[in-house]
Design a protein around this ligand. Structure first.
Ligand code: FES
Length: 232
């Protein structure tokens, strides 16, 4: 099996270049994931750099572009990929080294939507109650693991990363806008109501297609826009 990996070492290289590695097919089993194969490649060349941690689709650290689509390598079966396998860093953000990108802007956009519940202060004995129906509205919005696969697949984010909040941040914003316990509903909508922050989204659907958790940021952004029209 051959895999072509984008290499870049800022101390030596002016621009990224591709390097092809060969992995012994006998080491590949039916449940081998792409991350396992990258570990085999790193046995050949320890300088190949990529992030990973949990290795089970929870931490979100190993997002990468594989054959033109963003994936988490730890939950991508190697058998699901057509050959030749071409691996690049997630697009649209600066490359630090090989497959490792600088996600500062992605995190800044996430932070900018105040991704935490803001509630009325309660006495220590009290609880913020929600009906099962109110709680169910959060499903599909809170499970994001911030891997960046959605935002870095979005052309609107590539072109305006400092202005357009991006699918991940807007999915998080929708989770708090819709939460019955949150008291900043209108403030949140006003902050997002701009041609660039939210309405730069053209619903190209790359985000939804790329999300490894099966979430639908595009639909959440559409709902966010509808709530703005209704409530502002
Ligand atoms: Fe944690 Fe893949 S290594 S999500």
């Amino acid at each position: 099996m051959k895999l072509t990996i984008s290499r870049y070492n800022p101390e030596k290289d002016k621009v990224p270049y591709d390097e092809t590695f060969e992995v012994d097919d006998t080491l590949i089993k039916h449940d081998t994931m792409l991350l396992d194969v990258l570990h085999l490649i790193r046995e050949q060349d320890p300088s190949v750099s990529f992030r990973f941690s949990c290795q089970e689709g929870v931490c979100g650290s190993d997002g990468m572009n594989v054959n033109g689509k963003n994936h988490l390598s730890c939950i991508t079966p190697i058998s699901s990929l057509s050959q030749p396998i071409i691996i690049k860093p997630l697009p649209g953000l600066p490359i630090i080294k090989d497959l490792i990108i600088d996600m500062s802007l992605f995190y800044q956009q996430y932070q900018s939507v105040d991704p935490f519940l803001q509630t009325e202060p309660l006495d220590i004995e009290e609880e913020h109650l929600q009906s099962p129906k109110e709680r169910a509205k959060l499903d599909g919005r809170y499970e994001c693991i911030l891997c960046g696969c959605c935002s870095t697949s979005c052309p609107s984010f590539w072109w305006n990363p400092d202005e357009f909040a991006g699918p991940a941040a807007l999915l998080a914003a929708s989770r708090f806008v819709i939460d019955s316990r949150d008291i900043k509903h209108i403030d949140r909508l006003q902050e997002l109501d701009s041609p660039t922050r939210t309405f730069r989204c053209r619903h190209i659907q790359n985000c939804t297609d790329a999300c490894p958790k099966g979430l639908n940021p595009s639909r959440a952004i559409q709902e966010l826009k509808s709530i703005m029209v209704k409530d502002l």
